[in-house]
Design a protein around this ligand. Structure first.
Ligand SMILES: *Cc1c(COP(=O)(O)O)cnc(C)c1O
Length: 371
């Protein structure tokens, strides 16, 4: 189904088109100068030593777990209110995801619940900066240090967000980004890792390229993957990173316009425009409907007017993909389940117009019978 007002839409300018076209006129379509430049610009933007670009955010998560030595019988603490990729990556290394609760305001891992989820098998905390809101990394770093756990940041939804004036991606042992077309920065498909340890960077570069050592194309130190990102994608990423401030500011303006249109609707919870200690990077605009409202009815009413909406996120611990797993228990996550039942993502992208947002707001009010 195509919608008149889509949920998301990539913002590709002439600069991106020219950057990609220029690469096509060279013989370097992969492992070329665009890759090296994209990586050093990503590292510089985050003030972190190393960036390694890969083919997707999921690939980045997979390599992060391998690089930290996480495998069978290890437990990784994750939120259930997240994108399925986060947990799929844990399952790919045969480790066990252990679900912790979220904070009802930030929708990020609740450090108290994380503390309660630790066992003798816990090896890592995988914190997601959900919807572009930084997680409480100070509290999570303290827990990780106390229990000798690795800390991974899934910053796929949060490029450019900050906690205490430090960019997300600069807190964990490793941090992961994703550049799918609905993200703030896109390379079509793509992802990246940030790290401080040069041994991690070396291993990541080897793993993304079949386990090659680098010295010779036909020397392999361990079984690796083809998780390379093409120079076409890297050129696109560089053009997007070059105007990331403009991208993030048009998104926060759109969020502020939604607030003005929607905050007065009785029972509707809108995301906070500002949160203590944090600079937000708007990924999606997700409202919470009143408890007694039938979300499917609202979605259908908006769809009938050509307006797309999304259910970000159905809890992962309730997905058949996890329920069928031998380690699946009777997880009860009341905050996650209550939030997830009520969320509704509204159309949200760089170039959404005030008229489009007014139309979405009017349709939502009508569906909620508050017009
Ligand atoms: C987008 C996203 C990913 C990675 O997705 P890919 O499609 O593999 O690039 C991972 N985690 C979260 C939380 C995401 O939103």
């Amino acid at each position: 189904m195509t919608f008149r007002i889509p949920l998301s839409s990539p913002d590709i300018t002439q600069a991106e088109i020219e950057a990609v076209t220029a690469v096509l006129r060279t013989p370097h379509l992969s492992l070329g100068p665009q890759l090296a430049a994209f990586e050093s610009e990503l590292a510089a933007y985050h003030s972190v030593e190393h960036a390694v670009a890969v083919s997707s955010g999921t690939a980045a998560l997979h390599l992060a777990l391998i690089t930290l030595g996480i495998g069978e019988r290890d437990e990784v603490i994750v939120p259930s209110f997240a994108f399925i990729a986060t947990v799929n990556a844990v399952l790919h290394v045969r480790a066990t995801p252990v679900f912790a609760e979220i904070d009802p305001i930030t929708l990020n891992l609740d450090p108290v619940s994380v503390g309660q989820a630790i066992t003798s098998r816990t090896r890592a905390i995988l914190a997601v900066h959900t919807f572009g809101v930084p997680a409480d990394m100070t509290a999570l770093q303290a827990i990780a240090q106390q229990h000798n756990l690795a800390l991974i940041e899934d910053a796929c939804e949060a490029i450019g967000a900050q906690l205490d004036s430090h960019p997300v991606g600069s807190f964990g042992d490793l941090a992961v980004f994703g550049f799918y077309p609905n993200k703030q920065l896109t390379t079509g498909e793509g992802g990246a890792l940030l790290c401080r340890d040069s041994r991690h960077a070396l291993r990541l570069r080897s793993l993304r390229n079949q386990g090659r050592t680098g010295a010779d194309w036909f020397d392999y130190t361990e079984p690796g993957y083809n998780y390379r990102l093409s120079d076409l994608a890297c050129a696109l990423g560089r053009a997007q990173l070059g105007r990331i401030d403009e991208i993030l500011s048009s998104r926060s303006q759109a969020a502020a316009r939604y607030w003005n249109l929607l905050a007065g609707i009785p029972g509707l919870e809108c995301p906070q425009l500002a949160l203590a200690r944090r600079a937000l990077s708007w990924f999606v605009y997700v409202v919470r409907l009143p408890e007694d409202v039938d979300r499917d009815h609202v979605r259908n009413a908006l769809a009938a007017q050509g307006i797309a909406t999304g259910r970000y996120f159905p809890p992962i611990h309730l997905q058949p993909a996890w329920r069928a797993h031998p380690q699946a228990g009777f997880e009860r996550l009341p905050v996650t389940e209550s939030v997830a039942r009520r969320t509704l993502a509204l159309p949200f992208f760089n170039r959404i117009t005030a008229d489009q947002q007014e139309e979405v707001a009017a349709a939502l009010k009508k569906a909620l019978r508050y017009d």
